[in-house]
Ligand binder design. Structure first.
Ligand code: G3P
Ligand code: CA
Length: 248
C-alpha cells in the first residue's frame, strides 16, 4: 500500500485536503482532493473538551475559523458551529469544522485512503476511540496513522497492532532506519529539504522495507528531484497540479 513499484510516480497526498484550493481540513477540501485524483487524503485530528475528535491543525481555532480559543477548551458542538471557510475566501463562508466521525463516514462511503495525523495530545483512550471510528467506517485497510510523537505511535501500536504507522520529523534522526526498526514503522515522513540533503536515505529506508513520504512539497521544481530519489509519496497542498504532474 505504501511502497511504490519502480517506475511508478509517487503517490499524491492531499495535505489537509486540497488546501491550495479550499480551506484546509474541511469537507470542501477533502471532497475536492478526491475529485482532483488524490491517492491519499491527509487529515489532522485533535480532541475537543468533551472528548470528541475534530479535524483541526492548530491547537487553537483562531487562525482557521471565526472563533477563538483552544480546541481542548471548546466542546465539539461549539467547534463545528464555527465558520472555517471565510478566512480562505467568501465562496467558502459558513463551511464548518468537520468532526472526525463525519470525515471517516464520507471516506468510508465514497472511497479513498486516509493519512491520519494524530496531533499532540492524544491519550491512549483517545487513540482507541479515533481508531475505532475509522474501523467502524471500514477504513482499516486504507489507513495509515502518522504523528510527530513516538509516544502516540506507541499507543496506536498498543490498540491496533497491525495498523501501519509513520513517524513525522522536523529534524532527521541520525539513523532513521534504526528508529523505524525500534518503533516498527511502515513509513518515515521527513521534511522534503532533509531528504534532498541526504539523498541516500530513501534507498536505505527501502532496503529496510520502510516507505518514505515527504512534506510539504508545493514547489514543483522539487517534485522530479524527490521522485528520482524514490520517495513513495509527496504530501502537497497542490493536489490537482501534482496529480497532473504525476501523469493524471
Ligand atoms: O503530512 C505532513 C504534515 O501534515 C505535517 O505537518 O504541520 O502540516 O501537520 P503539519
Ligand atoms: Ca498534518
Amino acid at each position: 500500500m505504501l511502497l511504490r513499484e519502480r517506475g511508478e510516480p509517487p503517490a499524491v497526498v492531499a495535505h489537509r485536503g486540497h488546501s491550495a484550493q479550499a480551506p484546509e481540513n474541511t469537507m470542501a477540501a477533502f471532497v475536492d482532493a478526491r475529485r482532483a485524483g488524490a491517492d491519499w487524503i491527509e487529515v489532522d485530528v485533535r480532541i475537543a473538551a468533551d472528548g470528541v475528535p475534530v479535524v483541526m491543525h492548530d491547537p487553537t481555532v483562531d487562525r482557521t475559523t471565526g472563533g477563538t480559543g483552544r480546541v481542548a477548551g471548546l466542546t465539539a458542538e461549539e467547534i463545528v458551529a464555527l465558520d472555517a471557510g471565510s478566512w480562505f475566501g467568501p465562496g467558502f463562508a459558513g463551511e464548518p469544522v468537520p468532526t472526525f466521525a463525519e470525515v471517516v463516514e464520507e471516506l468510508g462511503r465514497r472511497g479513498g485512503r486516509l493519512l491520519l495525523e494524530l496531533k499532540h495530545p492524544h491519550t491512549r483512550d483517545d487513540v482507541a476511540r479515533v481508531l475505532g471510528m475509522a474501523a467502524d467506517a471500514g477504513l482499516t485497510d486504507r489507513l495509515v496513522v502518522q504523528s510527530f510523537r513516538p509516544s502516540i505511535l506507541a499507543d496506536v501500536a498498543a490498540v491496533a497492532p497491525g495498523l501501519p504507522r509513520a513517524l513525522l520529523t522536523t529534524t532527521l534522526h541520525e539513523n532513521p532506519v534504526a528508529v523505524c526498526g525500534e518503533l516498527v514503522l511502515s513509513s518515515y515522513h521527513p521534511a522534503a529539504v532533509d531528504v534532498l540533503e541526504r539523498p541516500e536515505l530513501v534507498d536505505a529506508l527501502h532496503a529496510a522495507g520502510v516507505a518514505t513520504m515527504v512534506w510539504t512539497v508545493n514547489d514543483e521544481a522539487l517534485w522530479p528531484r524527490l521522485a528520482s530519489l524514490g520517495v513513495d509519496g509527496l504530501i502537497s497542498d497542490r493536489t490537482a497540479d501534482l496529480v497532473t504532474w504525476c501523469g493524471g
